[in-house]
Design a protein around this ligand. Structure first.
Ligand SMILES: Nc1ncnc2c1ncn2[C@@H]1O[C@H](COP(=O)(O)OP(=O)(O)OP(=O)(O)O)[C@@H](O)[C@H]1O
Ligand SMILES: [Mg+2]
Length: 264
């Protein structure tokens, strides 16, 4: 059984207001079917507006698809009862691009990382402190950082804090939506290395969404290329990047392989 399965997912947004005639629509996701196996990092690439984040939001339950099914461990998300939904939220975490808006600036780092633990586990304050400090060390930060505030950290450090919070409950799947895109190249590589190491250590699965095939190539095991709301190409093995054929894939490839210098 796959960890995650999307079956013919469709999502259309209505634009503008409806006072004058028919409202315009945008088909953000047209008919996406894909599977993600446990322990695998599936990269989703595509140009801006191709529907990547919409897909992530549908999996997270932040958007409802017009059609299609999302199955987590073989079970349709929409049939989940309250208790199962709570368990699902434990197993499904997310890290977004904007590391600053993902944290409450008035909370200490300790409180930010402890939030999921407080929601799901009954820990004494010393147990909680130990876990938070362990998580900080896991993501390459100092245990003493738990007493500091978000404004005292760089973007890369803050993204490490967001990752620490995302792995606090040892989830099965983390959706990383442009999680390294705002960072400079060196910090990107450091965070990608950290993600790869955590994936091995805790047998995590990732849905790694990015417009940057180079970053995806660094971490993903499999690849789905999206264009205009559809998955237009799929690779089971990242070693076969050169086999990609779709014009969008080739355009994205030009950033990874020097032998693909131009677009079309
Ligand atoms: N809430 C919304 N209301 C209306 N249209 C939306 C909404 N969210 C997304 N869209 C539209 O749906 C399409 C897909 O958007 P989406 O954010 O999924 O793309 P993306 O691939 O994540 O792009 P990017 O790489 O820029 O993040 C776009 O045309 C976008 O304008
Ligand atoms: Mg997006």
């Amino acid at each position: 059984m796959s960890l995650l399965e999307l079956r013919a997912i469709k999502k259309t947004y209505l634009l503008g207001n409806s006072i004058f005639g028919k409202r315009k629509t945008v088909e953000a996701v047209k008919s996406v079917t894909l599977t993600l196996e446990s322990g695998v990092c599936l990269g989703i690439v595509g140009e801006s507006g191709s529907g990547k984040s919409t897909l992530g939001k549908i999996i997270l339950g932040l958007e409802k698809p017009d059609q299609g099914e999302v199955l987590f461990q073989g079970k349709n998300l929409h049939s989940f009862k309250a208790k199962e939904l709570k368990e699902l939220r434990r197993n499904l975490q997310v890290v977004f691009q904007d590391c600053y808006s993902a944290v409450n600036p008035r909370l200490t780092i300790g409180e930010i990382i402890a939030e999921p633990l407080r929601n799901y586990e009954r820990l004494t304050s010393s147990e909680e402190q130990k876990q938070v400090q362990g998580l900080l060390e896991l993501v390459g930060l100092n245990p003493e950082d738990m007493y500091r505030y978000p404004s005292q950290f760089s973007g890369g450090q803050l993204q490490r804090i967001n990752i620490a919070r995302a792995i606090a409950l040892k989830p099965k799947l983390i959706i990383l939506d442009e999680a390294v895109s705002a960072l400079d190249a060196l910090v990107q590589v450091q965070i990608l290395n950290l993600l790869a190491q955590l994936k091995e250590e805790f047998q995590l699965s990732y849905l790694f969404i990015s417009h940057d095939l180079q970053a995806v190539n660094y971490i993903a095991d499999r690849l789905a290329v999206m264009c205009k709301g559809e998955v237009v190409e799929w690779l089971d093995d990242m070693g076969q990047l050169e086999r990609l054929e779709h014009p969008v894939s080739k355009k994205l490839l030009s950033s990874v392989l020097p032998q693909y210098p131009g677009f079309l």
